[in-house]
Write a protein that binds this ligand. Structure first.
Ligand SMILES: NC(=O)c1ccc[n+]([C@@H]2O[C@H](COP(=O)([O-])OP(=O)(O)OC[C@H]3O[C@@H](n4cnc5c(N)ncnc54)[C@H](OP(=O)(O)O)[C@@H]3O)[C@@H](O)[C@H]2O)c1
Length: 362
């Protein structure tokens, strides 16, 4: 049996191709191995970030590809089609981190009622969340459209949840307004949804002209400003900036405009892929990367076992019901569809209300 993998050139993400790799026969799998058929996965700008940071953050190590190529990790669903682990049956459904491929072999370990891990050595150099699989057979929260929302948004909304919590814990560094760049992105509007529920805080969405109407329609920003008009914002009260766009010129313009009123400047993403390696010293709070695992570790300690999951579950159950009116899920089957969605995402051609669910199988 063969697996089809979609791989991209590490030093030129516009170049991509499919490759076939031979899969072991079910009977020949090593002990504890699972052969998984990957059924559906989500694809957003966040996956492009995994590729951009493939070397630096070791994402390329997770799903090995031929030399100079990388397989971009995605969040999605798979079914166990052969199992050499006594605790995992064929036919089980799993949710987790997969390659863009039709199949994956993992080495099941730490199997519990809720989930399991891939113990493969090459997957141990990243945060534990990237080699954990949830066992979701028969769970309605992971079926149908709700399942699509989990794959498309749940990993992103964890970041939204952590930034909201971090800012609130720090009393918003004294800011009365929070500005979010790439306000149309799923990570940003998840965060805006949470911030909007906080008293006495103004949530400002910064976006491109083409996406301004969508951002207004979301209903979770008090004000929407296009990138060419950011210096029209009043600069006389304290603000915080949460940056999903990673655009150096935009960041510089905002810092120069707000000066010392810029109380927090957190870097989250790089949807615009316009970061200059030599950014000048800027007025206001020093821009720094928000590192989600630090906040999770801190809260796990303070809130005790299950505390983060419980609070996140409450936040998610307030957010998920809003998605039917905010997103249209598009399904792409087969290699040609995956390639098109990949290139459209890479080049910023996906409408912001679109959520892509892909499968490499025809
Ligand atoms: N640090 C973390 O742990 C973490 C976790 C989650 C997400 N993130 C980051 O947050 C960002 C948003 O991710 P997402 O998956 O939520 O994004 P998404 O929903 O796919 O965002 C799409 C939006 O991003 C902007 N965009 C995307 N590609 C572009 C391009 N090529 N050129 C210009 N603009 C482009 C556009 O917004 P505008 O027109 O509004 O600019 C577009 O509407 C990503 O950079 C992601 O890596 C980081």
């Amino acid at each position: 049996m063969k697996s089809i993998d979609f791989v991209v050139a590490r030093d030129d993400l516009q170049q991509c191709k499919s490759i076939e790799t031979q899969l072991p026969d079910g009977a020949a799998l090593p002990s504890d191995a699972l052969l998984i058929r990957i059924d559906r996965f989500a694809f957003t700008a966040n996956n492009i970030t995994y590729a951009v940071f493939g070397d630096e953050l070791k994402y390329w190590q997770l799903f090995p590809a031929p030399q100079n190529f990388g397989n971009i990790p995605v969040w999605g669903f798979g079914e166990v089609i052969a199992s050499k682990h006594s605790g995992v049956a064929e036919g089980e459904r799993l949710f987790g981190y997969f390659p863009m491929a039709t199949h994956l072999v993992i080495e099941a370990s730490e199997v519990s009622k809720q989930g399991l891990r891939d113990a493969a050595t090459h997957r141990q150099s990243v945060a534990p969340v990237y080699n954990a699989y949830a066992r979701i057979t028969g769970d309605p929260a992971f079926a149908g459209r709700q399942g699509d929302y989990q794959a498309l948004l749940r990993p992103l909304f964890m970041l939204s949840f952590l930034v909201d919590d971090y800012l609130a814990e720090n009393a918003f560094y004294g800011a009365r307004s929070v500005m979010l760049s790439s306000a149309s992105s799923k990570t940003a509007f998840g965060l805006a949804h949470l911030l909007h529920g906080r008293a006495d805080l103004k949530v400002i969405g910064l976006t491109s002209a083409a996406n301004a109407d969508f951002v207004k329609s979301l209903g979770c920003y008090h004000e929407v400003v296009t990138y060419d008009r950011v210096t029209s914002l009043p600069a006389n009260s304290p603000v915080a900036f949460v940056d999903m766009a990673g655009n150096s010129s935009l960041r510089e313009a905002l810092h120069r405009h707000f000066g010392d009123q810029m109380k927090y400047s957190g870097r989250i993403g790089l949807t615009h892929r316009s970061s200059s390696p030599d950014e000048p010293e800027l007025p206001g709070a020093k821009p720094r990367w928000f590192f989600a695992p630090d906040q999770i570790r801190k809260r796990a300690k303070e809130w005790g076992p299950g505390g983060v999951d419980k609070r996140f579950g409450v936040a998610w159950s307030g957010f998920a019901p809003t998605l039917d009116r905010r997103l249209k899920v598009i399904e792409g089957r087969g290699l040609a569809a995956a390639k098109q969605i990949y290139l459209d995402t890479l080049n910023g051609r996906i409408p912001p209300d679109q959520g892509n669910m892909l499968s490499l199988a025809e």
